[in-house]
Design a protein around this ligand. Structure first.
Ligand SMILES: NC(=O)c1ccc[n+]([C@@H]2O[C@H](COP(=O)([O-])OP(=O)(O)OC[C@H]3O[C@@H](n4cnc5c(N)ncnc54)[C@H](OP(=O)(O)O)[C@@H]3O)[C@@H](O)[C@H]2O)c1
Length: 245
């Protein structure tokens, strides 16, 4: 896939934050139709008012896996799936409730990705498309106060690598996106608002990665810094075929 123009996309967590920005950037870049996933489709009314029937609301709640299956049946023509929905708890590993908080994050950030991939890969294979996963700089570096979130994003990055390798010869381009702090409710609630950069950077990095065929995308200033330091490991290990030496 060389461009998002004239393609059909699906974005989860589309009602606010990075997901909403991705929907808007996709429409501006010529995506013809976006299935917009939300736990509460009424929260998509603003997008529908603005972009009309190019937005197709879809009920997707990762804590209710039947909604993922139903969405995949309704969106059989999808060519680009953006697994954006995610959650962050503030938790040091020594906190008494850290295990329970991490279980919530694993359910959404990791098992949500696996369920989305299981549901949508058949359509992506048939239509020839892209699967885009919102990982994080926290996939590469743990942050003590976001330790459980970091661990869940390291796990989702690991699953993303497995999906890339599995789908490499199946006509599905997998993209792993690693933002630093981005100006959304998540960053504000985590106390990162002062460092945060605009969500549009993430959307533009996804469009560029799809156009260039890249696996990793590092959208913002902190992400680029980490991406630069990570580059030789990424190409020499993560993206290399180690089995062939
Ligand atoms: N903001 C950052 O600094 C940053 C940095 C790196 C990576 N990321 C990643 O980027 C993605 C988007 O983050 P964001 O900053 O836009 O977050 P956000 O502002 O908190 O929005 C999260 C979105 O995910 C949805 N969501 C949460 N739990 C869900 C569930 N169980 N099922 C379905 N949808 C669910 C939310 O729906 P409701 O509105 O119904 O709650 C909302 O639409 C996440 O995967 C996040 O980890 C964010």
């Amino acid at each position: 896939m060389s461009s998002v123009e004239n393609r059909i996309a699906l974005v989860t967590g589309a009602n606010r934050g990075i997901g909403k920005s991705i929907v808007e950037s996709f429409v501006k870049a010529g995506v013809t139709k976006v299935y917009a996933g939300s736990r509460n489709p009424e929260n998509l009314n603003a997008l529908v008012s603005q972009y009309g029937d190019r937005i197709v609301p879809q009920h997707i709640d990762y804590n209710d896996p039947a909604t993922i299956t139903a969405a995949s049946e309704a969106a059989g023509d999808v060519e680009i799936v953006v697994n954006n929905a995610g959650m962050l708890n503030v938790a040091n590993p020594l906190a008494g409730d850290a295990v329970e908080l991490m279980q919530q994050e694993m359910d959404v950030n990791v098992y949500g990705l696996m369920r989305m991939a299981q549901a949508f890969v058949p359509a992506l294979k048939k239509n020839g498309g892209a699967l885009v996963q919102l990982n994080s700089v926290a996939s590469m570096k743990s942050f003590a106060d976001f330790s459980t979130y970091s661990a869940s994003k390291a796990a989702s990055y690991s699953i993303t690598q497995a999906l890339r390798d599995t789908l490499l010869d199946e006509g599905v381009h997998v993209v792993s996106v690693h933002p630093g702090p981005i100006a959304t409710d998540m960053a504000t609630n985590a106390g990162l608002g002062d460092f945060a950069e605009p969500a549009d950077l993430v959307a533009q990095s996804i469009i560029a990665a799809i156009e260039k065929g890249d696996f990793h995308a590092f959208p913002d200033t902190m992400a680029k810094q980490i991406g630069e330091a990570y580059r030789s490991y990424a190409t020499g290990v993560v993206e290399a075929n180690i089995m062939e030496g």
